[in-house]
Design a protein around this ligand. Structure first.
Ligand code: C2O
Ligand code: CU
Ligand code: CU
Length: 539
């Protein structure tokens, strides 16, 4: 029936799928344990996002009192002529985010965000990931042009070094498969990234089937930045004026931990959040690089910020006050042909915007606040820049950044259409998030593009907004919502595009790189965990 590359992975996925209930898999109708669930209604609090806000049970800090942390840069343990070797350990750590409390994070090297990796385009990066967390993990390099074996397929788990938690919480139910007894030796996995791709701001995050939402929420996310000669030749701000900004929303429990409304807080059996949050979990505290509403002291010069929205379900409309604006130089897949000025930036989940902020028109003592026009109250504030010193600035933003060869409709060999919507495969009394009416299974291939082919995919979004993401193969949008040109934020090579409810994206996708099985999915992580994902296989 199902292809089984790793029997234990499939066991795990089948076990968790069982709990979703009502789905017919391989001709067997499974028990409907979640009968009666419905999708929580999208809250009006966060326009542009599907989801419901979870209130923190602790006092949140005052905005603009914490200094922006910069995630540490990871050093290779060794390098040779073919590549650089790194080690990352997934483990529990404790972060001082809230006044007087320590927050438990599940982090890469125990920190949130994880350490930043810097790689050269075309030079191999080899990362040994070791899992000291209680549950399985899967590492995906988002935006990476990665062979399937290292892409972090949702069931390619790294089992914990210590299996005791898993063995005591995993419900074997009526399944006769068991975790192999006493197999505690795995614990790690090596991912090899050829990185034959443009300079770009990538990120790595957990991708375990059914449990990506809570795992990322607890901290499993970090930057991986790819550099190349084209970037080096540009006179852009660099060094300590090239700063990654990871924006997330979180909620905290009374003990300071990151509160997530899991149906199964052990994160081993039943996937998904409780029913009110099935459209998405929205936090009530904004963290940038792990700090609540932080401040960055800047000089009166230009800065390059690589802005990532690593939130589960929240989309932001970023603005700057005090007359400042964004100059976008790149997307998540590298440089635009020329800079684009924006007064505001809509950033959906998993999108990256590479921008220049020029503080040279400001006086020492000025403060510039980055706000979120989609939020109310605390959610309307993101972070602040305080101009505290004068510095000379050699950097400029050139009118031409990098060549961008447009994909042309003439190259298209195959057209496909995918609808992202609620339900479709619902059993009586319950609903899932689906792609073309089907919930995700490991064994069904929705598309088999040929290696090197350019295809046209039309993606339709129903019910609520869905940020569409595809692994391996970036795309160029040729039209959105019936217009025959891309939206304001959809220009250039992309790997995520937000589609509003009722929206539609026309994408040209070039399936270059590697053969093998990959996924595409909604990057609302609650939708993803609730099955809004599908496989494609490059043949
Ligand atoms: Cu950022 Cu499949 O994910
Ligand atoms: Cu991805
Ligand atoms: Cu979605």
């Amino acid at each position: 029936m199902l292809p089984m590359p790793d029997p234990r992975s499939i066991d795990l996925s089948r076990r968790t799928l069982l709990k979703i209930g009502g789905i017919t898999l391989g001709g067997v109708t499974l028990p409907n344990l979640l009968a009666g669930c419905s999708i929580g209604s999208p809250s009006v609090e966060a326009q542009g996002s599907a989801g419901k806000m979870l209130e923190s049970k602790t006092t949140l800090p005052k905005p603009f009192h914490t200094t922006l942390p910069i995630p540490p840069v990871l050093q290779p343990i060794r390098s040779d002529t073919t590549g650089d070797y790194y080690v990352i350990t997934h483990k529990i750590g404790h972060a001082a985010i809230l006044p007087g409390l320590l927050t438990e994070v599940w982090g890469y090297n125990g920190i949130f965000p994880g350490p930043t990796l810097h790689s050269r385009s075309g030079r191999r990066t080899i990362v040994l990931h070791r899992n000291e967390l209680p549950v399985p993990t899967v590492v995906h390099l988002h935006g990476g042009r990665t062979p399937a074996s290292s892409d972090g397929y949702p069931t390619d788990c790294i089992y914990p070094v210590d299996m005791s938690y898993l063995n005591s919480h995993m419900d074997m139910g009526s399944m006769d498969e068991k975790m192999p007894a006493g197999d505690t030796t795995e614990g790690s996995r090596t991912y090899t990234y050829p990185l034959e791709q443009r300079a770009a701001t990538l990120w790595y995050h957990d991708h375990r089937m059914d449990f990506t939402g809570p795992s990322v929420w607890r901290g499993l996310a970090g930057f991986h930045i790819v550099h190349d000669d084209i970037e080096d030749a540009l006179p852009l701000p660099q060094g300590d004026r090239d700063i990654p900004l990871m924006i997330v929303d979180r909620s905290f429990a009374a003990d300071g931990s990151m509160h997530y409304p899991s149906l199964d807080p052990t994160l081993t059996n039943t996937p998904g959040p409780t029913k009110d949050y099935m459209s998405g979990v929205l936090g009530d505290c904004i963290l940038v690089n792990g700090a609540p509403w932080p401040v960055l002291e800047v000089s009166d010069t230009k800065y390059r910020f690589r802005i990532l929205n690593a939130s589960n379900a929240r989309r932001y409309r970023l603005r700057l006050d005090a007359g400042a604006h964004f100059i976008q130089i790149g997307t998540g897949q590298g440089f635009l042909p020329a800079p684009v000025k924006h007064d505001e930036i809509d950033i959906a989940q998993a999108e990256r915007f590479d921008v220049i902020l020029d503080f040279s028109a400001h006086d020492i003592g000025d403060q510039i606040t980055m706000t979120n026009a989609y939020g109310n109250g605390g959610m309307a504030q993101v972070m602040r820049f305080a101009v505290t010193r004068h510095e000379n600035d050699q950097s400029t933003v050139p009118g031409k950044l990098a060549d961008l060869v447009p994909l042309s409709g003439a190259e298209v060999t195959v057209k496909r259409e995918f609808t992202f919507e609620r339900g479709g495969a619902s059993a009586p009394g319950m609903t899932l998030w689906t792609v073309n009416g089907r919930p995700f299974t490991t064994g069904t291939i929705a598309a088999r593009p040929k290696l090197g082919a350019t295809e046209k995919w039309t993606i339709k979004a129903l019910n609520v907004p869905h940020p569409f993401h595809i692994h391996l193969a970036p795309f160029q949008a040729t039209g959105v919502d019936g217009n025959d040109q891309p939206g304001l934020y959809d220009v250039g090579w992309k790997d995520v595009i937000n589609l509003d409810s009722g929206g539609r994206g026309e994408l040209l996708i070039r399936f270059d790189g590697y053969r093998g099985k990959y996924v595409f999915h909604c990057h609302n992580l609650e939708h993803e965990d609730m099955m809004m994902m599908a496989n494609f296989e490059v043949i």
